[in-house]
Design a protein around this ligand. Sequence first.
Ligand code: GLC
Length: 769
Amino acid sequence: MSQLPKYNQTGQTIIFAFPNHDLQLSVLTSAIIRVFENRGDPGQSYAIEGKKEQPTDFTLKAVGDHYELTTADLLVKIDSDQHVDIYDATGNPLAIDYRGKRQLLDKGVDKVHECLVEAEGHSVSGSTTGADSSYFQVVKSLAADEHLYGLGDKTGYLDKRGFEYDNWNTDNPAPQMENFTKLYKSIPVMYGLKNGHPYGLFFDNPYKSHFDMGKESPNYYFYSAVDGNLDYYVLGGKTLKEVISNYTYLTGRVPLPQKWTLGYQQSRWGYSASQQEVQEIADSLKKYDIPCDAIHFDVDYMRGYRVFTWDKDKYQGDPKKFVTSLKKQGIKAIPIIDPGVKKDPDYDVYVDGIKKGYFVKSPDGKVYINKVWPGDSAFPDFGRPEVRKWWAHNDKFLTDIGVGGIWNDMNEPASFEGPIPDEVVFSDQDRQSTHKKMHNVYGHNMAKATYDGLKKYQDKRPYVITRAAYAGTQKYSTVWTGDNRSIWPHIQMMIPQLCNLGMSGFSFAGTDIGGFGSDTNAELLTRWIEAAVFSPLMRNHAAMGTRHQEPWSFGEPTLSIYRKFVKLRYRFIPYLYDLFEKGTKSGLPVMRPLVLNYDNDPRVRDLNDEFMVGDSVLVTPIVEKSETKRLVYLPAGDWVDFWNNRQYTGNQDIVVNAPLDKLPLFIKKNTILPWGNPVDHISDEPDKTMTFKVFGDQGSYDHYQDDGTDFKYQAGEFNHYTLSVNDDQVSVQLPHHGFKPAYKKITVELPDKQVILSYDAASNRYQEK
Ligand code: GLC
């Protein structure tokens, strides 16, 4: 072992002088430490905005053959061979550099045959493609008892151990199964539970990167990137929840959404080809008594797929009139906007973009053209601040029409005429860069521009939905998981996908309910609406040319069951809204894997067919064809069957019957839940009454209320209610009354009685009638 390197300390940053590269450690907080090796890539993070460093006490000393940096939560050891080993405050190993050599998987194939296999489109995993001089890897030891999570919505299971994944935003319409290594998003944060001890690692590098989560070897996992700096953050915390709070502190938290965005949304590629068709959908929703808050307008509403146009011929000359009339019917219009701008000298957005030099260019200086829906298209250079501003300004076209939000698609960016070459010139803020670097943050920057546009021209909390994303996009946009299929493996995958997305900061997410590609069927659609009743984003969407999957498409009993669950969703919206509000402060997701709430329980570390909503609702849907009963694992505590109040003790498996119309649902005993009024749409009018249901005989609950639409809550215009129930004694307090129209009446439903309280304005108190 060579000598310990010299180091230099400035504030909370220490630079160790190693022969090849300096290694920099920065203490941001006691539980967040950045490990950085400058490999010459300029620029700033897209994921992390603003100053995150807080004054933090730490010590640094040489101990034998290594240095030890100690904070209240973490211990980092650096030795003379540049190993970086991370322990928690009590010395439990968390992320320890692997000392051995990687053992490439022996696939029994030489280079020549590897090329041959790849020529047919099959990939040979573990091949070292991309390993040029700027390639680097970080290899960490795996314990026998170590489980791995995170990485956004990658396919497969909750526990990522044993699989490999790539970060290169990709639009691949083939059925996305567990062998898929990449999808539309790159969210390079991973969490480990090593011998029960939680930690996280966030690799902030937008270049193409790879995670091998112990597939190659049970002894290690590794991260590699084809270029860029070695730049990762160690995330500590006593619980997995604390680790996730730390990650979302770093990359940002989902802002409070408009309340109606938690309502049911109906979509299908094709509806928006005519006003009549959209109106028919709105009429059917009403006729069949399906509550709904939005209809999405896919690419067909535009004039020849030109973004920021609306084909007036298809909308009786006046799209604004139609959108306004829809709004009066309680339904918001959410149009899609893709990044590709049609190459057309008679189209103002294209002409303006060309004149201003806002599109990405080939290395020879010509505007780079590839094909998407409109045919030949140019791609806005979203890395540049002025291009984002320009795009945001274009949003005014849509906000003037009165849309409720904007759906950003194809922003990986997808291209139909082969992939965009690495060397196409993109900007990294004001610096010239390449597609190679900017690809994975393209959707992020587009979503951010869209958010800014909506905020500026609507003065409401922006509702953006994006397909492509990078770590940190959660600050600007909700996401959906892209083009899934109407197949059972995809309703199954929804659970781990949304749970891992939530743990990766993306609390506001959903899948296409019913499945996007392929033909759904009555049973699958029914089970999907049941399983997705708590999906933070709740949208039924399907591809053009597939079998119809609107709630009424299969007649009875599908329609009635579908209706029952959409109505149930609306009852839970106040609870979901409360969870979103709490999430703005804690960074914890709404929809959670059980391991997040019970990280000490080995039974839940790879549980793929159950999830929780907040801390107290346990959802155990049927996601298997023809099943009408299932095994449910109840974690610690006592549980109440939502449907019949039967009580169970936890830490056991029970068998529950679940005929087609039943979603097995359990509420933690002694939980109070707000219970929304039955409505067809979330109204702009404040609720005059609210009901709370008590599961058990006591409990307490914090409830939040505001106008559900704008930013006035930030100036204190919100109400905070606290409820407590103890031995039949019910009390409701209003510790913060900043939103004028407080509930006039509050009903508390106990298992055997109802207590009604009314608001007395003079005393600002709730009193039993
Ligand atoms: C992409 C989207 C899908 C959309 C379609 C047409 O496939 O993922 O949701 O319907 O494009 O715009």
